[in-house]
Design a protein around this ligand. Structure first.
Ligand code: ATP
Ligand code: MG
Length: 196
């Protein structure tokens, strides 16, 4: 009988370094300050852990752990989406807080859908799926996480709507640690001009 050969490591799906990637709207300092103020007010009512002011964002598409050599494909897909959306800048109005009991997240969001935001999400998802990325089929729920581990009996309101002028989106990398996730913006695509 032939002797079994030792099994060599293969370049399977688990091989090589990975990066935890997601696409997001990343607020400028003025919008981040408004979100941070809303987080402070909500924290007074619900407790929990506030997100760092420079970490506040609205996730558009979550890729999860991506092999490092697939990051370029994600960036190309985003560039294609951005190219098809040139000129589609929009104003996002966050006018409500919400609370998810199952994961104890308190978030800022909208009580009416934003058509241009959904168009951006759909376009990005379509190009990412074409490039072979598996995205969640769960319906997109636009939200900015403000508090984690919150305990809300009565949901606080927002003092005033937060007006967010959206003219770009980013690819961010998440680094998880015992002290929580830290994010790094890797690339930004403008919705004003064609990608370089
Ligand atoms: P932690 O996982 O340590 O609590 P986090 O959720 O902020 O921190 P990530 O899990 O890396 O960090 O997620 C990055 C972003 O993607 C966050 O906005 C998160 O809400 C969102 N996200 C994470 N998992 C999913 C998912 N399965 N579907 C959609 N969005 C997700
Ligand atoms: Mg997470």
């Amino acid at each position: 009988m032939a002797e079994a050969l030792p099994v060599a490591p293969t370049a399977g799906p688990a091989a090589g370094p990975k990066q935890r990637l997601f696409f997001a709207l990343w607020p400028d300092a003025a919008v981040a300050n408004c979100l941070d103020a809303a987080a402070a007010a909500a924290h007074a009512a619900c407790g929990g852990r506030r997100m760092r002011g420079d970490s506040l964002h609205l996730t558009l598409a979550f890729l999860g752990e991506v092999p490092a050599d697939r990051a370029d494909a994600a960036e190309s897909a985003a560039a294609s989406a951005a190219a098809e959306l040139v000129g589609v800048t929009f104003q996002l109005r966050l006018n409500r807080l919400g609370y998810w009991r199952h994961n104890r997240i308190l978030w800022a969001g909208t009580d009416s859908e934003s058509a241009p935001l959904l168009a951006l999400v759909d376009k990005l998802a379509a190009h990412l799926r074409d490039a072979g990325f598996a995205l969640e089929s769960r319906r997109f729920a636009a939200h900015v996480t403000l508090l984690r581990d919150a305990q809300c009996q009565d949901l606080p309101g927002l003092n005033a709507p937060i007006e967010w002028p959206v003219s770009d989106f980013v690819l961010a990398e998440s680094q998880l640690s015992a002290r929580g996730a830290r994010y790094r913006v890797r690339h930004r695509w403008s919705l004003r001009t064609m990608p370089a």
